[in-house]
Design a protein around this ligand. Structure first.
Ligand SMILES: [Zn+2]
Length: 172
């Protein structure tokens, strides 16, 4: 598995995990890719990651909820299970967006995010083995804006949508 090449040190994980509710819900994980790479991802085969921002969308409706699932995604996996497990170590996690809405929002979010400015969906099937979405992974050249996303989904999500920064972005 490729390892990310970046100036950043891994942020301490515990204080971030502490902020994630153990409730069920839907999340978007925003990553940055600084070095393009190619890797074999399970049954999908070889896929290419270009530089820029990647957003992975999923939901956690099992034991431990969002806290447990996101802890998994932010920790290296010895045995890959999800498509994300094959690539997560090569990507720099920047932010988590989540809701504890008891309705599964992952498929709606996957299509909503695709409509953000500059968004493309270059890796068909990624994270979407069990649904009709093109993918649960979106590429954006620029960091997607949480405020714009929150506004887009306001009508469809019951309850709060929160942003948890992992690495503080210095913009401008
Ligand atoms: Zn889907």
């Amino acid at each position: 598995m490729p390892k990310r090449q970046t100036d950043h040190k891994n942020p301490p994980l515990a204080p971030i995990i502490q902020k994630i509710p153990p409730a069920h819900g839907t999340y978007a994980l925003i990553y940055r890719c600084d070095t393009p790479f190619e890797v074999a991802v399970g049954k999908l085969g070889p896929v290419s990651f270009s530089t820029g921002h990647w957003v992975y969308i999923g939901s956690a409706f099992g034991p431990g909820g969002l806290k447990s699932r996101l802890n998994h995604h932010l920790t290296p996996s010895a045995r890959p299970h999800w498509h994300l497990d094959y690539v997560k170590q090569a990507l720099l996690p920047l932010e988590i967006w989540l809701t504890t809405d008891t309705l599964k929002q992952e498929h709606a979010w996957a299509s909503d995010l695709w409509h953000l400015k500059g968004a493309t969906c270059p890796i068909a099937g990624f994270g979407a083995s069990d649904c009709a979405c093109r993918a649960h992974l979106i590429h954006l050249r620029h960091l997607p804006r949480f405020a714009a996303f929150k506004k887009r989904i306001a009508k469809t999500v019951q309850g709060v949508v929160i942003r948890i920064p992992i690495i503080i972005q210095h913009t401008g």
